[in-house]
Design a protein around this ligand. Structure first.
Ligand code: GLP
Length: 261
């Protein structure tokens, strides 16, 4: 696991965008794992800017989102399928139907979840997965207690996650759905490169657990310690509880330029 601590949000976003740009140059039909939430927004802004300047193209790429609320109407602005369209897909040149997400309004939820895992596998698996992290250590919507082997499935959101996400529902926690569909931890672990972004002190404890805590279902993101290629991009606030923060800073400062993330 590589930990990069930089105090410029734009510099963190540029690193993630560099990795995506390099992947797309190498494999124009790469499969991207796309996260919603506020953490990846600066990355999506940077990707949109690079696309505008003609520096990269998503025309042959495909994308899979991580998760979806259950029960939001198709035209709800906070449906994750709508959010990712707004934040990234509509701003670049993905082909029609190239980006998909779990179907939170399916009548047969288990089949919709299994079909989603099959679709990711049929596409060849995710090459680069963008991730955020919840204050309770969830990734995607894998709440504490999630099985490390889990596949895409329905989950119940914790009260904490619903409180955290109430800001997208006019501050009304009761308007936040109670259930979601989410890629499982086992699904996410199959991505070939995982780039997790976290900023702000609210994430500091979850980040400490992710990087330095014991691997435990109580902090689901800790499973990433078992992944062979994870990059954790942090601002100083999110890094403020790291025990070995100075070591991570020195390591990154001394890294050869050719290495990339
Ligand atoms: C949400 C999403 C996650 C996201 C996390 C953090 O509940 N399901 O994919 O990573 O919470 O969100 P944010 O980046 O807005 O803090």
């Amino acid at each position: 696991m590589e930990v990069v601590i930089l105090d410029e949000p734009a510099a963190l976003a540029a690193l993630a965008a560099d990795a995506i740009g390099a992947l797309l140059r190498d494999r124009p039909d790469a499969v991207l794992g796309l996260a919603t939430g506020s953490s990846p927004l600066a990355v999506y802004d940077e990707l949109a800017a690079r696309f505008e300047r003609g520096e990269l193209s998503f025309a042959a790429a495909r994308g899979f989102t991580l998760d979806e609320y259950v029960g939001l109407p198709a035209d709800h602005p906070e449906r994750y399928r709508t959010v990712i369209d707004r934040d990234l897909v509509s701003r670049v040149d993905f082909g029609p139907g190239a980006v998909s997400g779990p179907d939170g309004s399916a009548s047969d939820i288990p089949e919709a979840c299994a079909a989603y895992d099959r679709a990711i596998a049929t596409a060849g698996g995710v090459d680069l997965q963008i991730l955020g992290i919840g204050t309770d250590g969830h990734i995607a919507f894998n709440e504490p207690g999630s099985s490390f082997a889990s596949r895409t499935r329905i989950k119940t959101l914790t009260r904490q996650t619903r409180l955290d996400n109430a800001r997208f529902f006019d501050g009304n926690v009761d308007a936040v759905p109670t259930h979601c569909l989410t890629q499982g931890l086992g699904t996410i672990m199959e991505a070939r490169h995982i780039v997790l972004l976290a900023t702000g002190t609210a994430k500091a404890e979850a980040v400490h657990q992710l990087v330095e805590g014991p691997v435990s279902a109580l902090w689901p993101a800790t499973i990433l310690q078992h992944h062979r290629h994870v990059t954790v991009l942090l601002d100083e606030a999110a890094a403020s509880r790291l025990q070995l923060g100075q070591y991570y800073r020195e390591t990154y400062a001394g890294k050869p330029d050719w290495q990339g993330i």
